[in-house]
Design a protein around this ligand. Sequence first.
Ligand code: 2AM
Ligand code: CA
Ligand code: CA
Ligand code: CA
Length: 283
Amino acid sequence: NTSFTVGSKSFTAVAINTASKAGEWIQSKLGDFNSLQIKYSPHDLVTEVDKGAEKMIRNLIQTHFPHHSILGEEGVEPGPEASAQALKDVSDAEYLWVVDPLDGTTNFVHGFPFFSVSIALVHKGEVIVGVVYNPIHNELFVAEKGKGAYVRGKRMKVSSETKLIDSLIATGLPADREGALPVNLRGLNALCPKVRNVRVAGSAALHMAYVAAGRLSGFWEIGLNSWDMAAGALLIQESGGAVTDTEGNPYNLKVRNVLATNGAIHGELQQELVLADAVAIKK
Ligand code: 2AM
Ligand code: CA
Ligand code: CA
Ligand code: CA
């Protein structure tokens, strides 16, 4: 399929290579980094490793595809307005790489081994390649639009639960984001008794990769950004799952409140979030 290659350079190969290199470097820095900065509040951290990984990823992508655009978390000021503006600024790009160099910074800082590198390639607004790499487990999740999704060379398939009560669900607890915490806590409160259990492991990208791999039945979170979800969304779609916003609208790069499941429990989970008044931040 020519849509994934320019000359001899495969988009997917570059995405995989770049995520692997960044991930190995991040892992080498575990427990050995300086400058810890509070980005926005004590709940929102950034380290030299986030920034170094993004720089590395930008350099690698630019070397192969100098005319492509890149949207990376560390190139954007914190806060929803700057994120929305950054997305607008690249909305004309034919090829756009959407990058979270280190998803799960809080985990990285504390040595809790659950974090990832997330890289997506978007063509005219549609994600065509998605890679999430977990260096600790040495697991690379990769999807190509229309060609399926793989981990450890094995095709991924979402889980088969059809009822919430049989489902293992994940979410995030956004401690300070524009008032997203109470919304997610309402959802958590309502869902805990209705599902098998809930996990809050601290990397949205990896949670989504786990939904794709059938290790989680579903995931929702309020107040995310494009770089947290772009790669994960394609992983799930190519594994037979469903990705929408929490109101049930189709996934796109502008989605902030995500609902991602095996498909079978999507409606039931969405309905519970609506009933709990937990689909969006009140303006
Ligand atoms: P990060 O580690 O790349 O910052 C956990 O709930 C998820 O939320 C992670 O994917 C994390 O990504 C993201 N996150 C953490 N702090 C955030 C903030 N202040 N605003 C938006 N997303 C955040
Ligand atoms: Ca961050
Ligand atoms: Ca992130
Ligand atoms: Ca990040």
